[in-house]
Design a binder for this molecule. Structure first.
Ligand code: AMP
Length: 548
């Protein structure tokens, strides 16, 4: 017998529907941006949708047609948000470029994506002027500012003014409907190794991901919230917040380039922010500022921290000292990015604080839509016993099948299904809580046993004299590799290598304690703030461990 087909409407999942929804149902809900120009700008969802329509008209007038890439070099702000919707909504592809990359890498990425238009904040005018000769595909340069702030002259011929483009249109534009699998945006991975690779998201993947992101056990977004993404819009679409916030109709606050502790704190307090999101490094600066000035957070209830492992000491400070709930999350550019978040289950309610903490410090459980496995070196699934550590693979409708222009599929086949290898090594406990124990490209294998560099770094970070710490594998004649702790001390802090190593006693198995400590003035970081372990290993290639 033939299947009975469902009789529901066929409506493609379109990114434009999010802003239309917000404009209709949360019309006067505010969008507040700290501008590059230094002032605070206020608008709302209704005007943002109107201006996005005008910008879509302007892009069409510039000659953009379906599939063309429109790139951005921009901070979090209302114009960047308008570009997100105007570009994807009109069947173009929004390519958010990370301005913190090295200039040569930016040019490489823009050329790889064959960007046609580049929209950029005032901050980046000198950079774009320098890069323009090496960007042959870009036909239009749009400076994201008004006439008053346009430069008198520029080496960029025919530099356009964003506000001028928007003002010249009437907004009589109907968002088109097209195949929901059409590309909506591209984000390149941070490039810890080799050339960056592009992840190409679709309207469908973005909408499904936004639904999942807004759920209570995910980011828990509500119309009652005031949400400030510190995570940049060029870092995996600010972890979906530019989509999840209009989906629920919350107030959105954006910090522009002002990411220091003082500016962020003033914006949090001034706009009564309830929820935020960012990488651990951002919180280091904010916590320092708040502690030094003996301040409190009066509205902030919770924050999601991810992108790299959140040090437990940071979680404790935010929760115990400031009453801010920390949601530890794990994901990747290739995963749109959400994969797992650490939230408790009902059955954990009776646990004591220490037991709760040990669950919440993990990377967490998958959101519905993501499936995961851990595999041994022969791609055989390992048990979820919280002990066996293996290569973490994932699948789901917002996880890439291939990279942009990818010639060979990155996927692995397990039990007839295709999975994306994350390059992370993890355990999964019987309740489904995943814990990253290391990265397969950055793992310490001592005498055939895994040592978690993350665990060692977390311990080191809890030492009061340590500002930042990284653990790398160092060659060892007996064990193959042994851990070396590389430390940046806090200004004016004084600590010896012996004292630091003694700090590990009783906190970890004896054989896992680093063999040596190297003090440095700073650690090398990628453009997204992750420690560049490969570079660090290169730096310490000749380091001789005292045990060797
Ligand atoms: P990216 O695509 O630049 O966001 O990098 C993704 C990678 O960052 C992941 O594969 C992990 O190695 C790392 N990562 C992200 N979130 C976490 C986390 N919460 N804990 C540990 N590592 C993380």
């Amino acid at each position: 017998m033939a299947s009975l087909m469902g009789q529901m409407m066929q409506m493609p999942l379109m990114i434009s529907s999010l802003i239309v929804h917000a404009a209709r149902h949360s019309a006067d809900t505010e969008i507040v941006s700290k501008r590059v120009e230094g002032d605070i700008h206020r608008t709302d969802w209704k005007h943002t949708e109107l201006r996005a329509r005008k910008l879509a008209q302007a892009l069409a007038r510039l000659g953009c047609t379906a599939g063309d890439r429109v790139a951005t070099l921009a901070w979090n702000g209302y114009r960047h948000l308008e570009i997100y919707y105007a570009v994807s909504g009109s069947e173009l592809v929004c390519h958010t470029i990370n301005p913190r990359l090295f200039p040569e890498q930016i040019a490489w990425i823009a050329n790889d994506a064959a960007d046609k238009v580049l929209c950029f904040d005032l901050t980046f005018l000198p950079l774009v002027e320098k890069l323009a000769p090496s960007l042959p595909s870009i036909k239009h340069y749009v400076l994201m500012t008004d006439w008053a702030h346009m430069p008198q002259q520029s080496t960029i011929a025919n530099l356009r003014c964003y506000e001028d483009l928007v003002d010249n249109e009437n907004g009589e534009y109907a968002w088109p409907e097209f195949d929901e699998n059409t590309a909506s945006s591209i984000c390149y991975t941070s490039g810890t190794t080799g050339n960056p690779k592009g992840a190409v998201y679709s309207h469908r993947s973005t909408l499904l991901h936004a639904y999942a992101a807004a759920l209570p056990d995910s980011l828990d977004c509500s119309a009652k919230d005031v949400i400030l993404p510190v995570v940049p819009m060029f870092h995996v679409n600010a972890w979906s917040l530019p989509y999840a916030v209009p989906l629920v109709g919350a107030k959105l606050v954006m910090p522009g380039p002002h990411l220091d502790g003082k500016s962020l704190y003033e914006l949090f307090e001034g706009e009564k922010v309830t929820f935020s999101a960012g990488v651990p490094t951002v919180w280091l600066g904010l916590i320092n500022y708040v502690q030094q000035n003996k301040l409190r957070f009066t509205s902030l209830k919770r924050t999601v921290i991810g992108g790299s492992a959140c040090p437990p000491a940071m979680m404790r400070t935010l929760e115990d000292e400031f009453g801010v709930e920390v949601i530890h999350a794990w994901g990747m550019t290739e995963m749109s990015p959400l994969g797992t978040l650490a939230k408790l289950k009902t059955k954990h309610a009776e646990l004591d604080a220490a037991a709760k903490h040990s669950i919440l410090e993990k990377q967490g459980r998958v959101v519905y839509g993501v499936d995961m496995l851990i595999l041994d070196d022969n791609d055989k699934p390992l048990p979820w016993d919280g002990k066996a550590a293996g290569n973490l693979v994932v699948r789901g409708p917002w996880i890439i099948e291939n990279y942009y222009k990818g010639e060979t599929s990155p996927l692995v086949t397990v039990n007839g299904q295709q999975w994306f290898p994350t390059g992370d090594v993890a355990t999964i406990d019987p309740d489904g809580y995943m814990q990253i124990t290391d990265r397969s490209k950055d793992v310490i294998k001592s005498g055939g046993e895994w040592i978690s560099s993350i665990e060692l770094e977390n311990i080191a970070m809890a030492h009061p004299a340590v500002h930042e710490a990284a653990v790398i594998a160092c060659r060892h004649p007996m064990c193959d590799e042994r851990p070396l702790l590389v430390v940046v001390k806090k200004p004016s802090a004084d600590v010896t290598a012996q004292e630091l190593l003694a700090f590990f006693e009783g906190r970890i198995a004896k054989w896992q304690i680093p063999d040596d400590v190297a003090f440095v003035s700073e650690l090398p970081h990628t453009a997204t703030g992750k420690i560049q372990k490969l570079k660090l290993r290169e730096q310490f290639k000749e380091h001789r461990l005292p045990t060797a």
